[in-house]
Ligand binder design. Sequence first.
Ligand code: CAA
Length: 257
Amino acid sequence: MSYETILTETRGRVLLITLNRPKALNAINRQLTAELIDAATRADADPGIGCIVVTGSERAFAAGADVKEMQAASYADMFAGDRFADWERFTALRTPVIAAVAGFALGGGCELAMMCDFILAADTAQFGQPEIKLGIMPGIGGSQRLTRFVGKSKAMEMCLTGRTMDAAEAERAGLVSRVVPAAELAAEAMKAAETIAAMSLPIAMMTKEAVNRAYETTLTEGVRFERRVFHAMFATEDQKEGMAAFVEKRPPRFSNR
Ligand code: CAA
């Protein structure tokens, strides 16, 4: 399928998706949403892809949902179309997804980054949920995910005032995993993606599911879930290979089985 609002490139076992609406600072309209989710779900179904990287431009990861597209919408349009529900297909991806963020990650852009498994930030990155300035609030999970990442006080301040936070504050607050110089963002994101893609894909998927469970359940249930999944890993060929390789002092050759 050919896309108009994103660029896709497969590098080995990594799919790189670049948001590509430069004139609108990668504002997320319905076409971009559909294309991004299509590309990501196809990669998710492809055992040849072990990690997905989502990135934008130097200036903007994404400056939010497309305000011009939403401006005239009625309540009926938003409700009947269940606007933004499609993103549940993105959060259901089993393949690890990295957000590589430079420049603006605002509104839906910040929400998209938070729907990825972790965020690598350039030192130019700016995160925020400025929707309140438009007379709305976050609509793709920002009020929920930002609160889980950075805690109530900071999330509340950001959602109520619309202020942005820079990359250093985002790292201190636990929103991003690491900050790197902007010129090194693409290379660092690929390096992390290639590292993940070299692991066993089913084990990476199970690990992602277990970490995500921490946001959905109690500690007791989460730890029990982790233990059951841990036990299940001993049914995989990759557990045997990984441990044999360690004992034999050689690199593992995972078969993704
Ligand atoms: N939607 C549509 N178009 C957008 C956009 C958005 N979210 N953000 C930027 N653009 C467009 C601008 O309209 C402008 O287009 P024109 O040249 O045709 O006017 C172009 O991108 C460049 O933007 P600016 O001229 O504004 O660039 P700047 O450097 O002066 O400012 C900015 C950059 C601070 C990011 C500013 O563009 C801005 O505030 N953007 C909107 C941010 C925002 O409010 N995001 C939340 C959107 S609502 C949302 O996301 C809801 C939700 O939770 C789902």
